[in-house]
Design a protein around this ligand. Sequence first.
Ligand SMILES: Cc1ncc(COP(=O)(O)O)c(C=O)c1O
Length: 350
Amino acid sequence: MNQYAQMKHTGTASCVCDLRSDTVTCPDDAMRDAIANARVGDDVYEEDPSVIQLESEMAARLGKEAGLFFPSGTQSNLAAMMAHCARGDEIIVGKDYHVYSDEAAGASVLAGISLCPVPTQAGGEIHPDTIADAIKDDDIHYARTKLLCLENTVGGKAIPVDKMRAASAVAKENGLLVHLDGARFFNAVAALDCDPIELAEVADTISICLSKGLGAPAGSVLVGNSQTIKRAIRNRKILGGGMRQAGFLAAAGLYALENNITDLMDDHRRAARLGNCLTDLAVGDVEIHTNMVFFTPAPEHHAPLCAHMSDRGIRIGEQSPSIRLVLHRDVDDGALDHAIEGFKSYYQDA
Ligand SMILES: Cc1ncc(COP(=O)(O)O)c(C=O)c1O
């Protein structure tokens, strides 16, 4: 069974703590007020003040000329790839990066762009030599290597700015453009304690999700230079992503940018607490990266542990062998206590 099939919740207990993903976050009352009071217009006519404000706010925060609001991260990544590449071009991308492994090969299916997956290092980055080796000669037999697609964070791992720079530098030396899937860009910035502009400098375009740890119900923003964003507007239209009174969603994004970024550190702190408790139990391998914990129970405990947690209203993905546990703003200290208690009671009785 694939990881997405294993994410669907099938238990009957009401949910106390949902650790499956940070995409499950729901708007709080203050964000709902911001949505209800949003000033809106027709965004396809470029007349929605909230969308315009969100786009320019995100671009300014990342030191880029322009921004563009999308319904999803998948569409934002795809519109960026289409803005950088033509049919017959190729993208070098980490083989475990979302763009390659979890976006249904949209660039190939819809835009005639091939994806060249390359191995990543233990820290999530692509080694500069791997990039250099993957760049194809200019030969009529080969696809034209055009773009390097990076990701940060990767499986929760925050890749340091110098490693991002090293990857980007090889691409630039060889005339490639660089796109960064920064779905959790602000988790990376928080963990690395760096300036967002410093991290954004490694890429020509960056896609940032508002609907994960930042807590908005939907939406991503693509930032880059004005010419690229202009092409991305057309691509968004082609992909059916031109929304009308999108300001209701943009208002949630603006609220998240202004109020929720600093809370990401709380998610990282809670992930460390959960991971350390699991380490203390000494019942399986534990890795902690930003807001994610990866726990590998012994195979015979996998299914009964998941059932035990589900019975207590604790939702966890049932990926195997390693279970991903994601901390986010809808899991407070009390909910986390309950989850930790769930793990402890399972292993006490096991
Ligand atoms: C790293 C990464 N990139 C892109 C996406 C795509 O975002 P969306 O679900 O909004 O299409 C996700 C979603 O989980 C993601 O984790």
